[in-house]
Ligand binder design. Sequence first.
Ligand SMILES: Cc1cc2nc3c(=O)[nH]c(=O)nc-3n(C[C@H](O)[C@H](O)[C@H](O)COP(=O)(O)O)c2cc1C
Length: 396
Amino acid sequence: MARLGPNVISIADLRVRAKRRLPRMVFDYIDGGAGDEKTMRENSRVFDDFPLRPHSAVVVPEVEIGTTVLGRRWELPFGLAPVGSSRMFWPHGEEAAARAAGEAGTLYGLSTLSGTRLEEVKSATTGPAWYQLYLAGGRDVALGAVARAKAAGYDALIVTIDTPVAGNRERDPHNGTAELLSRDPFKMLPYAWQVAARPGWILDFYRDGGLMSFPNVVLPTGPMGYGDIGQQLGASAVAWSDLGWITEAWGGPIVVKGVHTDDDARKAVDLGASAVVVSNHGGRQLDGVAATLRVLPEVLDAVGDQVEVLLDSGIRRGSDIVKALALGARAVLVGRAYAYGLAAAGHEGVRRAIDILRSEVVLTMKLLGCASIHELGPEYLGLPEWWVRSRAENRG
Ligand SMILES: Cc1cc2nc3c(=O)[nH]c(=O)nc-3n(C[C@H](O)[C@H](O)[C@H](O)COP(=O)(O)O)c2cc1C
């Protein structure tokens, strides 16, 4: 049964639908950022600094929007970023999203903090799949997951470097997230109204097994539970020195995600990364860092001719994707844009999110008078002074 009518036509519409279906603490987990959420807002706003400059009266009947990333074809210039706890948004959420990505011929990135076994998620998609690694539980636990991801056939390993501890997401304590996850009825009671207000979600959640553990983080005592995330992440932050044993154990392409500076991009490349993702985790980690589009020029100038440079954070429109590509990103990842769809309507919602972004990319390209994403360049944009200066300074 279709859940989304034809009037759901933008990512903003999917966000409204997600908000209606989810308890507040789950919606805010997706929607919120760290601290004052300045970085989160700026990630999206910064796209406004680049007005589009169409080449008019150019007829473009067909648009090429496919590309290759790490040698594998993506039918779209965007893939799905790793988003933890997706199974809280929708039953078997990771599989639903992976299936939609595969049907569209694009990437699904699976988070370590998945509620579904990595093998099942890989089987759900025919498209490219990357496994994202946190070292929660320590080296031996991570090695177990890496071996499983390799055996399951993931194409690349994402090492996320911007999460030595979880960011200060103030919506969580306001909503009593820790209390609601505690399973202690006395602690839960003051916040239980949020969940009681969403009976449809409760039904889905409990039919899917209720409060879950993380089956890809297998501690000596069994799969890591929800309450242990903070402590386990904090106890095993990724350091550059870990890249060596991770690369050796994995034996395939490594994607370093969470690059904020040219120096870190160079380090990642020196240590053997095949691609980097300029990402600030969608403004969920260190509030006050620059929007990713601001950092893109220095990273491109540092490593753009050696590895593939991707970007995420703040993308809500197809025109944002076109702008990032015109400025030199190989491809982009989207997080919340599809997570809202997943929370609103599962597989159908992710498919709708992908369809919306795809049609917006195609329309933007046609209106720009550009027939292929491979022909995009900065000449299709008005460039703010900071961008021009940054590229000039980097190039000496
Ligand atoms: C709810 C949520 C959970 C996330 N979980 C992870 C994660 O487990 N690992 C990771 O590397 N990034 C995680 N991210 C960050 C995304 O991979 C991506 O960098 C970010 O969502 C991009 O910003 P956007 O949401 O504005 O598109 C998460 C993002 C969201 C919204």
